[in-house]
Write a protein that binds this ligand. Structure first.
Ligand SMILES: C[S@@+](CC[C@H](N)C(=O)[O-])C[C@H]1O[C@@H](n2cnc3c(N)ncnc32)[C@H](O)[C@@H]1O
Length: 229
């Protein structure tokens, strides 16, 4: 069993190696640890993007392309991009184009995409501002951005319970289901260190995006941020 995790500096080689280590059981671990909520979050992301046939869409940090396959149900042309070859390989049966790409230096021309999305990926990049600048660059004018990411539960007592769950239960549950339990210690730490809904909205606006809005999913365990170039 691989036992590797990244630190909160999100050093790219460590992050890629960590996801290589979870790739084999990534999809099932996600579903177990989120009590099946992940499926609804992916559907909400697809709806928020307002996709249709003819749209060209970047799914950045797509991992096993589980998120990309969901988006492709819209009839849009959806491209999965990720820098963990292990994650891309684990999704090899999913019938979407896959590109090895670093979010901080995207291998796409300016103004290539009608829409771009990143689900549970932005929290893992070494520079959030650089990744947002790259997403801005590759979107066409008026292109839509949707970010699906863990966030801060809005109901105070639940927030306390949730953070306890994360800190104490998550790593031990992960030991039973994941191919790399250490990665789920990182997951808990990185969620706690991540900006809340308003904080992320400020970062998105600072990257140049307009009409930044968010909506909470499952009481703020996750949030969908939307914006337009
Ligand atoms: C938690 S997974 C999310 C996968 C998928 N989007 C989903 O919703 O299940 C995070 C992904 O982000 C990728 N990632 C992290 N930093 C990245 C970077 N700088 N460039 C490209 N991919 C990155 C990891 O390799 C991993 O596959």
């Amino acid at each position: 069993m691989t036992s590797t995790r990244a630190g909160l500096d999100k050093a790219p080689a460590d992050v890629a190696a960590m996801f290589d280590g979870v790739a084999r059981r990534y999809d099932i671990t996600n579903t177990v640890l989120s009590f099946g909520q992940d499926r609804g979050w992916r559907t909400a992301t697809r709806h928020a993007l307002g996709l249709g046939p003819g749209d060209v869409v970047l799914d950045l940090a797509a991992g096993t392309a589980v998120s990309t396959e969901e988006l492709a149900q819209s009839g849009a042309h959806c491209i999965a991009a990720d820098f963990s070859l292990g994650m891309l390989k684990a999704g090899h049966k999913r019938p979407v184009p896959k590109v090895a790409a670093d979010a901080l230096t995207l291998p796409f021309a300016d103004e290539s995409f009608d829409a771009a999305t990143i689900s549970f990926g932005l929290r893992n990049v070494a520079s959030v501002d650089t990744a947002l600048a790259e997403l801005y660059r590759v979107l066409k004018p008026a292109g839509r951005l949707v970010i699906c990411e863990f966030s801060t539960p809005v109901f105070g007592p639940f927030r306390t319970v949730y953070m306890e769950y994360l800190m104490k239960a998550l790593p031990s549950v992960a030991t039973k289901v994941s191919s790399n339990p250490e990665a789920y210690v990182y997951l808990a730490e990185s969620i706690r260190a991540w900006p809340d809904q308003a904080g992320l909205a400020t970062k998105i606006a600072s990257a140049g995006f307009d009409s930044v809005r968010w909506r909470n999913l499952t009481g703020g365990i996750a949030a969908l941020h939307r914006a337009v170039k």
